[in-house]
Design a protein around this ligand. Structure first.
Ligand code: NAI
Length: 255
């Protein structure tokens, strides 16, 4: 069987860690050339080196998705390296605890913390999508997958900004899918449940049993399990799939 992304070029934000890193590796395994983008080029380079060690082709880029010029430069650098941009995985994101030291209610959130979380998780995805669409339109098409969350479908306690940001990603995904279907650009989202990554390390240690008790499959997912869904959505096998926001969550959101 042929590789799912043979000959394609891909960009992954938040590609140095967790879900992004696993997806960058899976993209390469399926034949894509991959630009791994993250806050520091050193961390992105580690993932790129791992891809190269497995026989793939990758470059490392520094990007902060809150900086529109840097996002534009990352898309341009990907195109300069590989000639085009077929698949974009807009995955960079932060958790509530990265802006608030403890869980706070919606009414107690500080404005600066709300704005920061929305700027990374929602505005960051939009900035990436905007630059990617311009390139994909010019080249005749492409595929975008955004990382939302089960928090894009459900409310969760103590996480209002995160939940709002991920519901925003779901809305942006649907609207952009409609807008850009005529451009031959498919836009989808993946909605992970609880996945074992550095982001969830602390909550898994402190209340892993409590979390798992709410998951029908009774475990955390692995980043590679998200990567498989993203690879498929980026492949030509998903040719009629656009505007979909797909839970990969062990059944969490089915309750
Ligand atoms: P992670 O913390 O392992 O990886 C996130 C990566 O994004 C890091 O390498 C970080 O440096 C990068 N990043 C953060 N801010 C950035 C910025 N401003 N510009 C560029 N890169 C930036 O986390 P994980 O778990 O892999 O999360 C990836 C995505 O998946 C996030 O959007 C997260 O919200 C989402 N997600 C994660 C779940 C989980 O259980 N781990 C569940 C649902 C969604």
């Amino acid at each position: 069987m042929g590789r799912l992304l043979a000959g394609k070029s891909a960009l992954v934000t938040g590609g140095a860690s967790g879900i992004g890193r696993a997806t960058a590796l899976a993209f390469a395994r399926e034949g894509a050339q991959v630009a791994v983008a993250d806050l520091t080029v050193e961390r992105a380079q580690q993932a790129a080196d791992e891809i190269a060690a497995q026989g793939g082709r990758a470059i490392a880029l520094a990007v902060d998705v809150t900086d529109d010029a840097a996002v534009g430069a990352a898309v341009a650098a990907t195109v300069a390296a590989f000639g085009r941009l077929d698949c974009a995985f807009n995955n960079a994101g932060i958790a509530p605890y990265q802006v608030n030291s403890a869980a706070v209610t919606a009414g107690d959130l500080e404005e600066a913390n709300w704005l920061r979380l929305i700027d990374v998780n929602l505005n960051g995805v939009w900035r990436c999508l905007r630059h990617e669409v311009r390139q994909m339109r010019a080249q005749g098409g492409g595929v975008i997958v955004n990382t939302a969350s089960i928090a894009g479908k459900l409310g969760l306690p103590g996480s209002a900004a995160y939940v709002a940001s991920k519901h925003g990603v779901v809305g942006l995904t649907k609207a952009a899918a409609i807008d850009h279907a005529p451009d031959n650009i498919r836009v989808n989202a993946v909605c992970p449940g609880y996945i074992t990554t550095p982001m969830t390390e602390d909550s898994k240690r402190r209340r892993g049993e409590q979390i798992v008790a709410r998951v029908p499959m009774a475990r955390f997912g692995e980043p590679e399990e998200i990567a498989e869904a993203v690879v498929w959505m980026c492949s030509d096998r998903a040719g009629f799939v656009t505007g979909a926001c797909w839970e990969v969550d062990g059944g969490y959101a089915a309750r």
